[in-house]
Design a protein around this ligand. Structure first.
Ligand SMILES: C[S@@+](CC[C@H](N)C(=O)[O-])C[C@H]1O[C@@H](n2cnc3c(N)ncnc32)[C@H](O)[C@@H]1O
Length: 265
């Protein structure tokens, strides 16, 4: 089993937990968008199954110092891989207003994105998560605050996706992962928000139809080859009992697909 994460703390925790499996488990600090290279470096051409457990982890959200949470004061960081130079502070304090609004609109699906970007421009430089959360909340008319979630939830999601290039990495990784599967091998993805789920759904569909896609995306997609059979027409979600045990499972969606044979392709 090969475990990939780009967060050093996640890797340290996983190494401790999986120690008893010895050499059967290999843990690497990599971006899963580089899955082809990672597998090759392990001397592997094909694998039996791949699971993407996407998004940010509870460990990342709960550590104030990582800057993912609007609920606890911390630096505006949000990097999964702390070797990279782009941080949330960099985006919030240096991007032009239009670009900031675009990110909040696209990756947060936030209808108040322009007002939020304008408020950020007026308030910056911003240093902490809670400062940013206050500015965002203040930019949205109170009568329009979303029900059940903090008014800064969407903006924080947007910045996190942008800091970590989450959707682009996913769009690259899924076709390459499909390509790395042996016949009848399975590709599963657990997502935690609609943009991620839509990316999985559409990429699975493209790879199951084998249509020709815009060039430059990835070798397998542009070759037009059929690679997958979708196993989940609708995503699998957690039962009420599981959600009661683990409330974070409420937004989880699992989609699965199987690698088809050369003959079927
Ligand atoms: C929902 S957590 C899952 C963690 C792990 N499966 C567990 O149960 O503890 C998602 C993890 O994916 C990692 N991650 C997100 N995008 C990544 C990428 N492009 N490459 C490598 N790891 C990534 C994050 O750092 C985070 O630790």
């Amino acid at each position: 089993m090969i475990g990939i994460d780009r967060d050093d703390e996640a890797l340290a925790a996983a190494s401790r937990r999986l120690q008893r499996f010895g050499e059967a488990v290999v843990i690497v600090r990599e971006n899963f968008a580089d899955i082809t290279r990672v597998l090759r470096a392990q001397g592997l051409q094909q694998v039996d199954g791949i699971l993407f457990d996407l998004g940010a982890s509870s460990m990342q959200f709960e550590d104030a110092a990582r800057g993912f949470s609007f609920a606890i004061a911390g630096p505006l960081d949000m990097r999964m891989d702390r070797r990279q130079s782009r941080t949330a502070a960099g985006l919030v304090n240096h991007l032009p207003e239009e670009e900031l609004a675009g990110i909040i609109w696209r990756y947060g699906e936030e209808r108040w994105s322009r007002r939020i970007a304008r408020a950020i421009m007026r308030a910056r430089p911003l240093a902490t998560t809670t400062e940013l959360a206050e500015v965002v909340a203040g930019a949205i008319p109170r009568r329009s605050w979303p029900r059940g979630i903090h008014p800064a939830t969407r903006t924080f999601q947007a910045l996190r996706i942008a800091v970590n290039d989450e959707l682009l990495n996913l769009e690259k990784a899924i076709p390459d992962a499909a390509e790395a599967l042996r016949e009848a091998g399975r590709l599963c993805a657990i997502t935690f928000h609609s943009l991620e789920d839509r990316t999985i759904k559409h990429t699975f569909l493209r790879l199951s139809r084998g249509c020709t896609c815009p060039p430059g995306t990835s070798a397998s997609m542009s070759s037009g080859k059929r690679l997958l059979r979708i196993l989940t027409k609708k995503p699998v979600t957690a039962s009420p009992a599981e959600i009661a045990r683990n409330p974070r499972a409420r937004s989880a969606k699992l989609r699965a697909a199987e690698r088809i044979s050369e003959v079927e392709a």
